[in-house]
Design a protein around this ligand. Structure first.
Ligand code: RP5
Length: 166
């Protein structure tokens, strides 16, 4: 079986980010969105970042999800080199609990947007959902899968805080 060409590129600054960023990949998997995952560091592999970001649109990618921690330049630098929408996930850092990542990613100068999500796992999940929602604008089958996912989430919320409570 041939795998569909990836539509979403998930990049991250380090293998240490995978524990967070795998939630974006798992969300896309659940929704049947073809994607790829790569380690691309703004600081340690700048040439790899240039190649990846400049080539992304030409390879057929539609959205980039970029996760990084600390001085998290990866999403902003990727956004500077591709016209594709870039969703940034601040990875929780040890020293500052991800506040450094969040501020590095959110505070872009006007003209180079990065859609910044929450710190950590929630942000990675939501980046996957947001990427799927963007693609669903022109993919009715995916839109239906996303609707079903949201309906199942709603269905799964109990009305009471514990089983034994009225
Ligand atoms: C960033 O530095 C990465 O995105 C990662 O969150 C952080 C720490 O990287 P490692 O030292 O764990 O490789 O570039």
């Amino acid at each position: 079986m041939t795998r569909a060409a990836p539509l979403v590129g998930i990049i991250m600054g380090s293998r240490s980010d995978w524990e967070t960023m795998r939630h974006a990949a798992e969300t896309l998997e659940r929704l049947g969105v073809p994607h790829e995952t790569r380690v691309v560091s703004a600081h340690r592999t700048p040439a790899r970042l240039v190649d990846y970001a400049e080539g992304a649109r030409g390879r057929g990618l539609k959205v980039i999800i970029a996760g990084a921690g600390g001085a998290a330049h990866l999403p902003g630098m990727a956004a500077a080199m591709t016209p594709l929408p870039v969703l940034g996930v601040p990875v929780e850092s040890h020293a500052l609990k991800g506040m450094d990542s969040l501020l590095s990613i959110a505070q872009m100068p006007g003209g180079v947007p990065v859609g910044t999500l929450a710190i950590g796992r929630a942000g990675a999940i939501n980046a996957g959902l947001l990427a799927a929602a963007i693609l669903a604008l022109s993919d009715p089958a995916l839109a239906a899968r996303l609707d079903a996912w949201r309906a199942a989430q709603t269905e799964g919320v109990p009305e009471t805080p514990a089983d034994n409570r009225a």
